[in-house]
Write a protein that binds this ligand. Structure first.
Ligand code: FAD
Ligand code: NAD
Length: 493
């Protein structure tokens, strides 16, 4: 087969699965000259997920938050091979990954195997549906670019259908009812963006339907945003009230049909009742589930049998019970929340670890060479022993790698009406803030990075924002200006 990538037989082959937060952070910091690096992912781009909710309404165009992987790899010291494919099985015994090209265009070969010496699994998670009937068939998720595009199209489809001549009155109410299931940050941010879209654009363009537009957020727990402090939960709930976003807490969705959601509500007296809610658009944001690839790998490793939420890893991110496999991000269980912040720090940690491992091996080889020279060149004993001692000192220093230690920078979420909530880690404490100023902080966190100055870093605790390429920061800034000046583009694709 014609493959320009000729692996160097003196180096180990490091295979990295995925091009998300964990894998791309690893790639950016990895010294690729030390390994034969192969990256496998069905997505040939990195996706800046924190701004994905803004793509659903066209406040930001989707390409502004996509970074082509090949652009990232171009800047690496040594060539990296990229295969756009899905890993379908990790054969742990044989140390190979089976891969499959699932794109529309097929070549003569669509499935093959890639051997590895070292493997990093960073495939993320899939959408949780808890097996609830109808969810997969009828709702939209919000995880990938195509999800945001589908939502954007569907919102406008609902609006235009509601505005259709002589449309039935109850049908107008149904079509203009946007229901979001899941009161985590994804659901909350999406509900906020949706309301903004209506208030800022749809109201002006199609005023006759605007009073009937409604957003409902359904959450099974007693509050939304459980990871935020009480004060910010209250702030979010009162802001949503002002924005006319109805929050239904203690409401667990049990069934979805093409036009309705059925949910069980726990009433204040503890009794339960079932409600049926008609909807036009349904967005399902109830968190993460384990991917089949990961479940399969877990079933091959006895030490993983008690792990439920993903690959259990040790403090060096090594998959428990496996040799030469590491895991990062949402598919790994390291005791932290499944966030971009965690995944990025894990990726950075692995890059340091692998860079150090390569240095260690080089030093050990040199020490062995020098030791064998001791017998061959007795006249140079003092000189050689001195060099060996120096190298051993370096080796001890390098080998002393501290385990992974997550440093929480804070949580930040946009809640609509130019308001945001932030729990920021500050001087060993936590600062809770909510409102327009926090929103300016949220926005400047992205915007100011367009000019990437050192001073902005002082204010921006979200160090992962730094990960956006300069090109993308400019695109995001332009999109915001464009939407402000001319309104969002409401053409339905
Ligand atoms: P991902 O970033 O999901 O990447 C997984 C990669 O693996 C992808 O490239 C995928 O194509 C690839 N892949 C999938 N299957 C396979 C396979 N079989 N073989 C090979 N490759 C595969 N977190 C925050 O900290 N702050 C935020 O503001 C924030 N906002 C968010 C907003 C939204 C709408 C969403 C959905 C999430 C948000 N998150 C946020 C969470 C954050 O995006 C995730 O925690 C993060 O993406 C996890 O990184 P990861 O590398 O594990 O997985
Ligand atoms: P989540 O797991 O944080 O929240 C899902 C919510 O859905 C839960 O509160 C759960 O109680 C609810 N739920 C589950 N089943 C339900 C049902 N049948 N009916 C009603 N409600 C139901 O999910 P998410 O918001 O997608 O976030 C996933 C991860 O990504 C989290 O770790 C989150 O912190 C991170 N994230 C962070 C940000 C941010 O920091 N701005 C934004 C988005 C996502």
């Amino acid at each position: 087969p014609d493959d320009q990538f000729t692996p160097d037989p003196t180096k180990k082959t490091l295979v990295i699965l995925g091009t998300g937060w964990g894998s791309v952070s690893l790639l950016k910091k990895l010294d690729t000259a030390n390994y034969n690096v192969v990256v496998i992912s069905p997505r040939n781009y990195f996706l800046f997920t924190p701004l994905l909710p803004s793509c659903t309404t066209g406040n930001i165009e989707h390409r502004s938050i996509m970074e082509p992987v090949r652009q990232i790899l171009r800047h690496k010291k040594a060539a990296v091979k990229f295969y756009e494919a899905e890993a379908t099985k990790i054969d742990y015994e044989r140390k190979v990954v089976k891969i499959s090209d699932n794109s529309d265009i097929k070549g003569t070969i669509n499935e093959t195997e890639v051997p590895y010496d070292m493997l990093v699994v960073g495939v993320g998670a899939e959408n949780a549906t808890f097996g609830i009937p109808g969810v997969r068939e009828h709702s939209c998720f919000l995880k990938e670019i195509r999800d945001a595009q589908a939502i954007r199209t569907k919102i406008m489809d609902c609006v235009e259908t509601a505005a259709f001549k002589d449309q039935d009155s109850s049908e107008i109410d149904r079509l203009l009812h946007m229901v979001v299931v899941g009161g985590g940050p994804t659901g909350v941010e999406f509900a906020g963006e949706l309301r903004d879209f209506f208030d800022e654009d749809i109201k002006k363009l199609i005023p006759e339907i605007s009073p009937r537009f409604k957003v409902t957020l359904i959450e099974a727990l007693p509050t939304v945003l459980p990871m935020f402090s009480k004060q910010l939960i209250d702030y979010t709930e009162s802001t949503f009230k002002e924005e006319h976003i109805e929050i239904k807490t203690k409401t667990m969705v049990k069934k979805v049909t093409d036009k309705t959601v059925e949910a069980v509500v726990t009433n204040p007296d503890g009794s339960k009742s079932t409600i049926t809610i008609p909807y036009g658009l349904l967005v399902w944001a109830t968190g993460n589930a384990v991917r089949p690839l990961i479940k399969d790998l877990m079933s091959q490793i006895p030490a993983q049998k008690d792990s439920r939420r993903g690959l259990a890893v040790n403090e060096y991110l090594v998959v428990q019970g496996a040799r030469d496999i590491w895991a990062v991000g949402d598919c790994a269980v390291a005791g932290y929340a499944p966030t971009a912040q965690v995944a990025a720090q894990e990726g950075n940690f692995l890059a340091r670890l692998f860079n150090n491992m390569a240095k260690t091996e080089a030093l050990e080889t040199r020490i062995n060479e020098l030791s064998s020279n001791l017998n061959l060149k007795p006249g140079n004993v003092t000189e050689i022993t001195g060099e060996i001692e120096g190298l051993e000192k370096q080796l001890r220093h390098i080998k002393d790698i501290k385990p992974f230690n997550y440093s929480h920078q804070g949580s930040l979420a946009y809640i609509g009406s130019e308001k945001a909530v932030a729990d920021i880690a500050w001087l060993n404490g936590n600062v809770a803030s909510g409102g327009k100023l926090t929103y300016l902080f949220w926005r400047s966190a992205y915007l100011s990075m367009c000019f990437s100055s050192k001073s902005t870093r002082l204010f921006i605790t979200y160090d992962y924002i730094n990960k956006l390429l300069a090109r993308n920061r400019v695109l995001v800034a332009l999109d915001w200006v464009k939407a402000k000046l001319y309104g969002r583009d409401v053409s339905r694709e």
